[in-house]
Design a protein around this ligand. Structure first.
Ligand SMILES: Cc1cc2nc3c(=O)[nH]c(=O)nc-3n(C[C@H](O)[C@H](O)[C@H](O)COP(=O)(O)OP(=O)(O)OC[C@H]3O[C@@H](n4cnc5c(N)ncnc54)[C@H](O)[C@@H]3O)c2cc1C
Length: 323
């Protein structure tokens, strides 16, 4: 059984989510993993990394006639490769782009789609079943894909990427795909890389420290703890609306959806609109001066205290333990 995986990459190296998807795909019973890399050819080290995480075949695809990053182009590529290899399942990461690609493919092929999934398995009837939390984390659901082809967009950090101790390099298959009319109708005038930061990308980070109204405009203690833990910095809408931090840091229903292994909320009340974007976090730690704050109802660990005292103490202890 062939399983397709769309590889997120930065032009040279796999992104962490790509390694996670490969690890997940190779664990499905009887799966042969076909990874799809769109753009200039990956180098030997990257091919080896894809192989080590489970790719048996690497489809290297160049797009003619339009920008390869456009989701219409990506959907065309995936449909071409899928038709060739006959895969019943495609895994993409549950990013804005991944979800849009999934939707385009569903419209074109009638595929069933599950987004924001935390797990994928095969049931006794051979169907793919994706698990996800919904309604601000209050329900866990399992969705079976019943058609001949399904797409699952998997939330970052749902799987721990683990390389195989020994794995051959994947066989490389070259493709050239003509961009569809929807992509050719778009002209990309410029593309700017986000300013680089030593912190991981918010949507993909394994650790996220979020500051809310309680920081009262000063994110330094939140940033210090995020850096001590090697994590990303997030914020509630109150904090971004106040202009204390950029809107790209907003976590929640109308912001970024995150699924870290560790979420730390400091001065965050735990409002439902915020919870909607972080409910898939594996472990939730809350620091709040109000013992009745709603966040304590769903936090795994709660510290009642002033964040200006608690966060520096946590950062110091993390640094001490990390030596
Ligand atoms: C349509 C819609 C969409 C929305 N989308 C989003 C979204 O995407 N993301 C989002 O976050 N919000 C969103 N909101 C807003 C959301 O409803 C809440 O208003 C917001 O999340 C609250 O932010 P907060 O927790 O920072 O502030 P508050 O609710 O005011 O909580 C601040 C907390 O800080 C604590 N505190 C104060 N001082 C300290 C201190 N020194 N030390 C420790 N704790 C302290 C307080 O006890 C309190 O619990 C949306 C609202 C609407 C209507």
């Amino acid at each position: 059984m062939n399983v397709l995986v769309l590889l997120d990459h930065d032009g040279a190296r796999l992104r962490p989510t790509a390694r996670e998807l490969l690890t997940l795909a190779r664990g499905l019973p009887g799966a042969q993993v076909h990874a799809v890399w769109i753009g200039a050819a990956p180098g030997g080290e990257t091919r080896a990394e894809a192989g080590a995480h489970g790719a048996a075949v690497l489809h290297h695809v160049l797009v003619d006639g339009a920008d390869e990053h456009l989701t219409a182009s990506v959907a065309e590529v995936l449909e071409t490769v899928r038709t060739e290899v006959g895969a019943p399942l495609l895994l993409v990461s549950s990013t804005f782009e991944g979800k849009e690609v999934a939707a385009r493919l569903a419209v074109r092929t009638g595929a069933g789609v599950v987004t924001g999934a935390g797990a994928v398995e095969r049931d006794a009837e051979g169907r793919f079943v994706a698990g996800k939390t919904v309604l601000a984390g209050t329900w866990t659901t399992r969705c079976a894909l019943t058609g001949p082809f399904g797409v699952v967009a998997v939330a970052p950090n749902s799987v721990r990427a683990t390389p195989l101790p020994q794995a051959p390099e994947p066989a490389v298959v070259e493709h050239r795909v003509q961009a569809p009319a929807a992509a050719r109708a778009v002209t990309v005038h410029s593309r700017e890389l986000r300013p680089t930061s030593d912190r991981p990308a918010l949507a993909e980070a394994e650790v996220v420290v979020v500051g809310g109204r309680g920081v009262e405009g000063d994110f330094s203690a939140v940033e210090e703890l995020a850096d001590a833990l090697g994590g990303a910095v997030g914020a509630t809408r109150v904090a971004t609306d106040e202009g204390w931090i950029g809107h790209e840091a907003q976590v929640g229903q109308t912001g970024v959806t995150i699924s870290p292994r560790l979420y730390v909320g400091a001065g965050v009340s735990g409002a439902v609109h915020h919870r909607g974007g972080m409910a898939a976090s594996a472990t939730v730690v809350a620091v709040n001066s109000d013992p009745d704050a709603p966040i304590f109802e769903f936090a795994d660990y709660g510290i009642v205290g002033d964040l200006t005292e608690v966060l520096p103490a946590l950062s110091a202890e993390v640094r001490r333990r990390r030596g």
